[in-house]
Design a protein around this ligand. Structure first.
Ligand code: ADP
Ligand code: GN1
Ligand code: MG
Length: 353
């Protein structure tokens, strides 16, 4: 690790470096220097990202764009240069590393402690999208091709199921049936994207509550982080992924499914923050937000189940059945969303222009 830390232009000499945070993709560390400065250092996931230099060009461009437009230095991620003046370091093992200033006096939540926390995240994710409205989308690389192309996620699922490398399929037939019975509906958002009914915007695509920092004192949203999947997309992806993670009554990996429900009060509160903050959403876009919430939840559960069948090679896991537990919470939320479809649709419609 010392070799890696030496590459970045930190203030002071690093004195400690420990694993940090609860992201599922990159390997994140908190490094502290002898002057007390703190930094986030990350080893990027090669399982997730196949062109990391292109990803880093996206991140550098988006962070620079946002920094120019926001007065507060804590409102956007700030990359640390390497000795060579670039923004990433390729080590001898072929791993890519980057570093950011640690966003001080902030908190990162795994679950909203109050509806207000969730509302704040909604304002920030909506505002993020609005700020990038005029960003030249064509300059962004697709860091994970077909990231929210749900039918393509099904294609991969079928391949992995067919191979059944670990012989796990037989024990999860119920979960497999759950996704198969929804395969047709799962393609509807992608079909609308392809038909041009819905505008493409620059979206974040991974709008979990733990991809946002809140100010510790004021508890207002401070900064959107985890910009690895900023790409052209649909607004329903960002709305949906936030609802999936934050409007649940339990954590994403809760094992007791009796604790997992869709919280409609949180759902509404998120919509109240997000829709106005995006600004200028079309009626069609607003109508599709509940579909986005359902399909992002289904898609994410499908991805967890796929990774479980594939031997846990994509998402970080802390226990053997972690991905399966995660898949189950997502399917429970999908089922609850289906039960409450009229109510969630009514929430979205109340925001129609
Ligand atoms: P992953 O892609 O693995 O989710 P993230 O970039 O989201 O990686 O980082 C993982 C966690 O590290 C975040 O959820 C957050 O808690 C913390 N983190 C990341 N960047 C910063 C930062 N600049 N300042 C403070 N905490 C951060
Ligand atoms: C991953 O990187 P992280 O932990 O914020 C994943 C998302 C999933 C999420 C599920 C690049 O997000 O797509 O929705 O886990 N990110 C990537 O919690 O695959
Ligand atoms: Mg993250």
């Amino acid at each position: 690790m010392e070799e890696i830390l030496r590459q970045f232009q930190f203030e002071g000499r690093p004195v400690s470096c420990e694993r940090y945070g609860e992201g599922h993709i990159n390997r994140t560390y908190l490094a502290v220097t002898d002057t007390g400065r703190r930094y986030i250092v990350q080893r990027l996931s090669r399982a997730a990202f196949h062109d990391i230099p292109a990803l880093m060009r996206n991140v550098a461009a988006v962070t620079a764009y946002l920094a120019e437009r926001s007065g507060d230095p804590r409102a956007s991620l700030h990359l640390i240069s390497t000795a060579e003046g670039g923004f990433w370091y390729l080590d001898r093992e072929g791993e890519y590393w980057r570093a950011y200033d640690f966003i001080e006096d902030s908190i990162c939540l795994q679950t909203p402690e109050t509806a207000e926390d969730f509302y704040q995240s909604a304002v920030a994710f909506g505002g993020f999208q609005r700020m990038l409205k005029d960003f030249p989308a064509e300059t962004l690389s697709e860091t994970i091709p077909k990231f929210h192309h749900t039918p393509d996620r099904y294609r991969i699922f079928h391949e992995v199921l067919q191979a059944d490398r670990l012989g796990r399929a037989a024990s999860v037939q119920r979960e497999i049936d759950f996704v198969l019975s929804r395969e047709e509906e799962a393609g509807t958002l992608q079909a609308m994207r392809e038909s041009g009914e819905l505008p493409l915007r620059v979206t974040h695509n991974d709008t979990k509550l733990n991809n946002i920092m809140l100010d510790k004192k004021t508890r207002r949203a401070l900064c959107v982080i985890d910009l690895d999947t900023v790409m052209p997309g649909l607004v329903a992806y960002d709305f949906g992924d936030s609802i999936r993670f934050g409007a649940s009554t339990a954590r994403e990996d809760e094992r007791d499914l009796d604790k997992v429900w869709l919280d409609l009060a949180l759902y509404r509160r998120f919509a109240e923050g997000f829709i106005p903050a995006c600004g200028g959403l079309t009626g069609e876009e607003i109508e599709t937000l509940p579909l986005g919430a359902k399909l992002m939840t289904l898609e994410c559960g499908l991805r967890f189940l796929t990774d479980y069948l594939d031997g846990d090679r994509y998402f970080s896991v802390a226990r053997p059945d972690h991905n399966l537990d995660r898949a189950r919470t997502q399917f429970k939320l999908v089922a609850d969303t289906e039960r409450r479809r009229n109510e969630v649709q009514a929430i979205a419609r109340s925001f129609l222009p």
